[in-house]
Design a binder for this molecule. Structure first.
Ligand SMILES: [Zn+2]
Length: 152
């Protein structure tokens, strides 16, 4: 797996966060630095009535008709978590920027939600935004006055 990771990024002998020999599995699943991010994902997914697991994290959630909106949102969260892991790992290797993947994940999601709400304010209906982002109020809601309330 280390060879696979090396095709896309530099691979140090040891993880720069914990010192364990670095592999793809270590970088994206096993490093102790990921525990807070995985706990956050677990809490979010439970609110969607799903259980977080390494299998789900790797392969994503299947899209099904009746739960299509939720499934897409869950897969978006899983993808953003992977981006946060990659982003913070690269910043650590370059010795620049924040390295807390949970905080970066949180920032990515909040930024996406804010940008989407701004976008729909000028283009489509608020109902479209709520249908995509406000499912079960897990991530956010829009108050009666139109203000965004983040729930992350
Ligand atoms: Zn590590």
């Amino acid at each position: 797996m280390g060879l696979y990771l090396a095709r896309f990024t530099s691979v140090p002998e040891a993880c720069t966060f914990c010192g364990v020999r670095e592999t793809l599995a270590h970088a994206y699943l096993q490093c102790t630095r990921l525990q807070l991010l995985f706990q956050l994902l677990q809490n979010l997914l439970l609110r969607f009535w799903l259980h977080f697991s390494p299998h789900l994290f790797i392969f994503a959630h299947p899209i099904r008709g009746p739960t299509k909106s939720r499934d897409h949102l869950v897969n978006f969260l899983l993808a953003m978590a992977k981006v946060a892991i990659c982003n913070t790992r690269e910043k650590r290797l370059a010795e620049v920027g924040p390295c807390d993947c949970g905080a970066v994940f949180h920032s990515f999601i909040c930024s996406c939600i804010r940008a989407e709400l701004l976008w729909v304010a000028f283009t489509v209906s608020l109902e479209a935004f709520e249908e995509q982002w406000v499912l079960s109020r897990v991530l956010c809601l829009v108050s009666a006055s139109g203000s965004l309330v983040l729930a992350l």
